[in-house]
Ligand binder design. Sequence first.
Ligand SMILES: Cc1ncc(COP(=O)(O)O)c(C=O)c1O
Length: 392
Amino acid sequence: MKYHFDELINRKNTGCVKWDKAFPACDKDILPLWVADMDFPCAEAIQQALKEKVDEQIYGYNTGFTPAYRQAVCGWFSKRFDWEIDPDTIFYAGGVVPAIAYLLEIMSEEGDGVIISTPVYYPFRKKIEATKRVVVENPLINEHGMYRIDFDDLEAKMARNDVKGMILCSPHNPVGRIWTKEELLKIVTLAKKYDKWIISDEIHCDLVQKDYEHQPLLKLAPEAKDRIVVCTAPSKSFNLAGLQNSNIIICNEKWQKKWTSYVMERLSLNGPNSFAIAATIAAYTKEDSEQWLADVNAYVDENDAFARACIQQYLPEAIISPRQGTYLLWVDVRAYCEDEKQLEETMLKEGLILDEGYLFGEAGKGFERINLACPRSIVETCVKRLCDALHK
Ligand SMILES: Cc1ncc(COP(=O)(O)O)c(C=O)c1O
């Protein structure tokens, strides 16, 4: 490993939402392991690219998605996943969440149903509701912490006329699943059978546990490219969320045209800012960035093993889902608490802020999501506070 992540960098008062959000008063220093952003310094190659950009001294209009930019994105996915992207199918959005909102506007009408597999990343629901579409839940089946898709239910929902498509979270936040080829192909088969689209949010694709491999949906099912949109971004993989950049892969010409007229012409969202461009190219092309990512994944795997062992020792009835992807640990603590709001309050008294399971839907009630992308000492304190809160 070139990089080690034990050092705690003080992020307070830097305007970062994770540490600077105004939390209710508490006697202890708050440990905020909620939002999915890392407390690790970025790869040196990315820092260097940003410094060089700053040194240019003039920050005027940029050339946007140049061939070099597009090639950097394509090169990354080709090398890492053996997925060949046509450079002309890459579209800019300032994030995957806004992209999902634009896609819903483009690919469906008000009142249409959109499937999500719950518990799931809560902005999916929010964007469906904000665009006046209707959430259609396909609850995941939870077998002692291991989640799988209920395909009978999914087929019943896909068969509905009011349903137009599905937002797939792959890898899945918060349950940590990396969907297998078989599972993904089954979803595509149903989408084809019932003529539905799939928005595949693959923002966590680079964050994988060592024994697992993420499968890009468009690589697996190229023949279904006109019904699939894949959302990618360097932000989660390289901790660049504040630079607000994502690359949305749209192959369907009708949707490409709609994206151009709605997002680019009407909303005037044409391309990333100069710093996001520099950072994305460095992230996707420099060997150092790749090394950094490998080291992050290895460090997070160790954090996972550490947290898992402690939780199992002190909370033997907690059920920890196998984390195949993401850097998020999904823990079922229902054996220790009946009232999730009360638990949230007790945790706050202990100085701990996690993403509460209920945020991800009904099926998340009584669960906690722990962000493991932080120095081990923080994980240690977090687990201690979690155990203390639950024992209270
Ligand atoms: C599944 C998923 N999609 C999207 C995002 C956020 O994307 P963005 O910051 O690009 O809007 C997150 C962040 O946690 C996420 O987990």
